[in-house]
Design a protein around this ligand. Structure first.
Ligand SMILES: Cc1cc2nc3c(=O)[nH]c(=O)nc-3n(C[C@H](O)[C@H](O)[C@H](O)COP(=O)(O)OP(=O)(O)OC[C@H]3O[C@@H](n4cnc5c(N)ncnc54)[C@H](O)[C@@H]3O)c2cc1C
Length: 432
């Protein structure tokens, strides 16, 4: 069957295995050949793609929930969306959530996903207590900070390259309402938005939208959105309204003029609504989920998200260099999202480090990859790295500079005999 991930590039022919229980998964792993776990396909590139993939959608049971401690245990194919549906009416919410709820628990652990609260709460795996992992010999091993610690830190953020996560437990946070108090601040340029992030860092959630085509004194002009769980309001949210993009947009629809016009209007419209507002949780965390198949807007050729993080000290200078290069290229991005990260963790390939992370969407077209190669050098020269869950084209050298613990990770893969059993197109490209 044809397979792809969210960016719809690359598209490959693959065999999909659909085990529905642990025994079937074991038989699939022991049958030999290189395979990779595939959750909900919300990674953008080739990290969940291989000639043979193990689809985890059959592992969808909730196993345990302790309403006193907020510790929940689910199978790895359960989506964050399903978890929210079950826990929110009981007064709990995810400790960390990415910008889409259509992500499996296994995918959230394997990418160690981050949210808008990284500066205060860290990434998803910082709240994971443990999980069961099927490794190359078909054994299921318990991994936590005290059991099989090497596999725990390699699997959290390890992009499926250490085996298949079967089930996992993590700690939820308590909330009183399904509403979010939100405030929006306008920043005239990059220095202003960086200062605003620091000034507003006591808010649980923050994220800025940058107009990446603005230049000169307006370089980095942006809107910073901050949010907090409301104390009042119901815990029962109404189902989010959705629209669907019915077909691939023609290639000419996305160009510097349409992106520039969009950015201009967005900046003016959002900037007009200052002061505190109360918005729904779905509106605040998952605005893109309301448009199903929005990835079709980029056309049939697909798109990629370029997401990098720069350490704080080098952040402003590096961001300025990257934004200036993008503005000069005329390649706009509808989405250019800046986040403040707190300290990173001990996981070997987790993406976040203390600093600033910028994510930009680009349509795949001629000339794009050479530009991104140039940006890669600016990122690594400033001590930064790219996010594996979004990557589809980085070179092995760039990966190694950004992830200095890759050798330890590779050593663990070799020790446990995982190298020839669990592989993705990305792992082969990056020689992980
Ligand atoms: C609109 C949108 C917004 C996003 N926002 C954010 C964000 O704010 N922050 C962020 O961090 N990410 C974000 N992402 C990326 C997304 O959270 C990650 O790519 C996540 O890993 C996707 O989960 P999935 O279940 O779709 O996994 P897949 O895309 O199917 O797989 C991703 C990786 O996880 C591995 N994997 C999946 N299941 C298992 C398993 N059971 N055992 C072992 N390995 C497994 C795969 O092998 C692969 O390497 C966003 C994605 C989209 C589309």
């Amino acid at each position: 069957m044809e397979m792809t991930s969210w960016g719809r590039f690359p598209r490959i022919d693959a065999v999909g295995h659909t085990p529905r229980n642990e025994a079937a998964l074991r038989a699939c792993v022991l049958a030999g050949g290189e395979k990779i776990a595939h959750g909900m396909g919300r990674s953008y590139g080739d990290s969940a793609l291989n000639r043979e993939v193990i689809l985890t959608g059959g592992f969808r049971y909730f196993l345990d929930f302790d309403s006193k401690t907020g510790i929940i245990t689910c199978e790895a194919g359960v989506s964050l969306s399903d978890i929210i549906d079950v826990i929110l009416p009981r007064g709990w919410f995810l400790p960390v959530t990415p910008g889409t709820r259509f992500v499996s628990l296994g995918g959230a652990i394997a990418s160690d996903v981050h949210g808008k609260n990284h500066h205060l709460s860290g990434s998803f795996c910082d709240h994971v207590l443990g999980f069961d992992l099927m490794i190359a010999d078909g054994a299921t091993v318990r991994c936590s900070r005290s059991e099989n610690e090497d596999l725990f830190h390699a699997t959290c953020g390890g992009m499926g390259l250490t085996g298949v996560i079967l089930r996992g437990s993590f700690r939820l946070q308590k909330v009183k309402s399904c509403l979010i108090r939100q405030e929006i601040f306008k920043a005239a340029n990059l220095s202003e938005v960086i200062a605003l992030f620091e000034e507003k860092s006591a808010w649980s959630y923050s994220v800025a939208w940058i107009d990446c085509l603005a230049t000169g004194t307006k370089l980095g002009r942006s809107l910073l959105m901050v949010g907090e769980h409301a104390d009042k309001g119901t815990l029962f949210r109404s189902p989010a309204k959705t629209l669907s993009v019915p077909f691939d947009f023609p290639r000419f629809c996305l160009n510097r003029y349409s992106v520039s016009a969009f950015n201009h209007l967005y900046h003016r419209r959002k900037g007009a609504s200052t002061g505190e507002q109360t918005v729904s949780l779905d509106h605040f965390f998952f605005p893109l989920d309301s448009i199903l198949h929005w990835n079709r807007i980029y056309g049939a050729g697909g798109f990629t998200q370029y997401q990098f993080v720069l350490p704080k000290a080098a952040g402003v200078e590096g961001l300025r260099a990257i934004l200036a290069r993008i503005a000069r290229s005329g390649r706009g991005s509808f989405l250019a999202v800046l986040k403040l990260f707190g300290k990173g963790n001990d996981n070997l390939l987790s993406f976040p480090m203390e600093g600033f992370s910028l994510a930009l969407d680009f349509k795949i077209e001629r000339g794009l990859f050479p530009l991104l190669d140039e940006l890669d050098h600016i990122v690594t020269d400033h001590g930064g790295r790219l996010y594996l869950a979004k990557d589809t084209r980085m070179r092995a050298g760039v990966f190694r500079r950004g992830y200095p613990k890759w050798e330890v990770f590779r050593g663990i893969r070799e020790t446990h005999g995982l190298v020839d059993r669990f592989n993705s197109l990305q792992a082969r490209r990056l020689e992980i």
